[in-house]
Design a protein around this ligand. Structure first.
Ligand code: G3H
Ligand code: 13P
Ligand code: ZN
Length: 308
């Protein structure tokens, strides 16, 4: 009973035409909500931990929460993944502490520097049997600076060269998604043509989509109804994600939707129960909201239900 390396899960996802959800975890209720969904949907799952999550909860608490998830769900393949590792040291620390997968994010660096940093992590991870996700191209910027759109998207030829030279196990690409709740100021759009070009040059290679929350209107409206001010939030339409999941995109990252689901639920609960002050009273429906959202993603968007 242990966390697993995602390699064989991705091989299966590639041939099966589905993607595995990578959900960001920060506390117990989030881990529990995701695991309830994975169990109901009989889906593998990637629990990913950002540097911010490690700072918030503490690395030991995070590790122990994942350990509990594994113990409670022996039948579910669970990957423990470092999200957006910014340097060699954090990747090494996670590799040395039981992570089965790490992301080295050198996407902000010049091409050659991204290659050498990624290579260094790959060499270390390989010895320990740990999977390495790298990134080429930059996510942010499309809504603020249309001019930058093409220069930051992943170049297909560079992607091929990058994968060959680094030996990374999967690649996060930029085709129009972005992090957070405000992804588009106009019409949502993903560059599927570019995705196809990347796939043609890297056949059978696992690709990753970051910034893939869909920012459901119901969560935004619920949060705003009960005192929030989330504004004009827009995510990736779920039909885009469904389409992406049938291609070589085999890992789809979701964090913002978890935040929205929990916050909307907590705002509603507290507004309707102003006398309540037991944290369990509002964290319980919040955990349930995470469960429902994640189960829906697995079943209707990622297509990973019943693939164990
Ligand atoms: O891509 C970033 C994830 O949403 C994690 O966010 O760094 O605030 O934990 P965080
Ligand atoms: P969202 O902000 O769209 O949920 O993206 C999360 C992500 O990419 C984590 O790495
Ligand atoms: Zn990301």
């Amino acid at each position: 009973m242990a966390v697993v390396n995602p390699s064989s899960l991705f091989t299966k996802a590639l041939s099966g035409g589905y993607a595995i959800g990578a959900f960001n975890v920060n506390n117990m209720e989030i881990v529990q909500g995701i695991m309830l969904a994975a169990r109901q949907e009989e889906s593998p799952v990637i629990l990913q931990v950002s540097a911010g999550a490690r700072t918030y909860a503490g690395p030991a608490y995070i590790r122990k929460l994942i350990e509990a998830a594994v113990e409670e769900n022996p039948e579910i393949p669970i990957v423990l993944h470092l999200d957006h590792g910014q340097n060699f040291e954090i990747c090494k620390e996670c590799i040395d502490n039981g992570f089965t997968s790490v992301m080295i994010d050198g996407s902000h660096l010049p091409f050659e520097e991204n290659i050498s940093l990624t290579k260094r992590v790959v060499e270390y991870a390989k010895e320990k049997g740990v999977f390495v996700e790298a990134e080429l191209g930059q996510l942010a910027g499309i809504e603020e600076d249309v001019q930058a759109e093409h220069s930051v998207f992943t170049d297909p030829a560079q992607a091929k060269e990058f994968v060959e030279r680094t030996g990374c196990n999967s690649l996060a690409i930029a085709i129009g998604t972005s992090h957070g709740a405000y992804k588009f100021s106009g019409e949502p759009k993903l560059d599927f043509e570019r995705l196809e070009q990347i796939i043609a040059l890297l056949p059978n290679f696992p690709l990753v989509l970051h910034g893939a929350s869909s920012v459901p209107k119901t969560f935004v409206e619920e949060a705003n109804t009960y005192g929030g001010n989330i504004g004009d939030a827009t995510g990736i339409p779920e039909e885009f994600l469904r389409k992406a999941a049938t291609t070589n995109i085999c890992k789809i990252n979701i964090d913002t939707d978890i935040r929205l689901a929990m916050t909307a639920s907590i705002r509603k609960y507290l507004a309707e129960h102003p006398q309540e002050f037991d944290p369990r009273s509002y964290l319980k429906p919040a955990r349930q909201a995470v469960f429902s959202m994640v189960a829906h993603k697995m079943r209707d968007v990622l297509g990973s239900s019943h693939t164990i």
